[in-house]
Design a protein around this ligand. Sequence first.
Ligand SMILES: [Zn+2]
Ligand SMILES: [Zn+2]
Length: 247
Amino acid sequence: MRSNNLQFENLKAKLSSVRRSAWKPIVREGDGDLTASKFSGKPWLSAGETWPICPNCQKPMQLFLQLNLDQLPKSLKEKFGNGILQMFYCTSTEPYCEGDCDAGESAKIKLLRIVQPEAKSAKIEIPEIENLFPAKLIIRWEEIGDSPSWEDVESFFGITPNEENLDILDNYFGWRPEPGDKLAGWPDWIQGSSYPNCPTCNQTMTQFIFQLDSEDNITYMWGDAGRGYLVQCPEHKEKLAFFWQCH
Ligand SMILES: [Zn+2]
Ligand SMILES: [Zn+2]
């Protein structure tokens, strides 16, 4: 028991610094300003710009997520850059764009970008989209404590899990990342840690921005109850990647 206690204390001390804050989006039904953080609804588009089209089927993509980076919780200000982050993704079933492409970063059926809403915005009409998601406005962020998965503990902190320390942490902390939609924190991996490389500097894109779960705020299923991950290069904030994993 004594050595167990000692190990527990050592491990607890080592891992106390790896917890991060994450934020759950609190939403209300309906849309808000063009520049607001939201799921679905009307995105901010610059004057003269048309709604983003899927290169695979030529149909309009859906707005999954828009984050106003200047209106995030204080401790995240500047972290992901400035402006408005947008994620569009094609949900066409005929043709089945997601099935035609793969789940990884190479899929071309999405648009990830950060825009600067400086000039005038376009007059926006939502085009005809099959199974259009209802708009949900993010009205505030609820802060929670978040823990890394063991794969991330190992790769970020060099602590190799063994039966004993896994047991200790599971029993005492319920050590795991939060599932569901969340801003920042740690990814709740389904198939293990897999940050893609930045196309500019080739470093791993470890800046975790958002977890988009199946059937949470967006009524969409990633594969078989999968989970989507939006990440960024810590150096090149315009380099964003989105990919999903499922069982
Ligand atoms: Zn498409
Ligand atoms: Zn980079």
